[in-house]
Write a protein that binds this ligand. Structure first.
Ligand code: 5GP
Length: 126
């Protein structure tokens, strides 16, 4: 996908056309529960701007948007109590970009996963 489709599911969530379980919102980001959780806490954080993936976002978003997005991560993790700083046991971030990464929604998003031992990140190819 190389052009942004404003009919993607997260664009619809941002516009309030599809319901979601909201976790956090500010000027730059919207955060909500993943509908198909892979861990007890599985949260998505998305920028309010229209960006396809991290490649597009980090290249084309303003510094303000990029900083706003990054600063939202510990806010959400602390709010959920999953960061070690907030007394939790830690969390993992995943952001899929493109076909081989199995990105299924072409609006940049970061998965925040926690609440169980997540094991190794990927299976070794050796
Ligand atoms: P990706 O595969 O693109 O990295 O992740 C997309 C994520 O969006 C998946 O984990 C999927 O479960 C989630 N998702 C897809 N449609 C919806 C929806 O309508 N609502 C919510 N809350 N999550 C969704």
């Amino acid at each position: 996908m190389t052009t942004y489709d404003n009919q993607n599911i997260f664009a619809k969530i941002l516009r309030g056309e599809i319901p979601c379980e909201k976790i956090y919102e500010d000027d730059y980001v919207f955060s909500f529960k993943d509908v198909n959780p892979q861990a007890p806490s599985h949260i998505l954080i998305i920028p309010k701007g229209a960006y396809l993936d991290i490649n597009d976002f980090s290249k084309n978003a303003t510094n303000e948007e990029i900083i706003g997005f990054n600063k939202s991560i510990p806010i959400v993790a602390d709010q959920l109590g999953i960061s070690e700083a907030a007394g939790g046991k830690g969390y993992r971030l995943i952001s899929n970009a493109g076909a081989e990464a199995h990105q299924t929604v072409a609006h940049f998003h970061v998965h925040l996963l926690a609440g169980r031992n997540l094991g190794p990140m990927l299976v070794s190819i050796k």
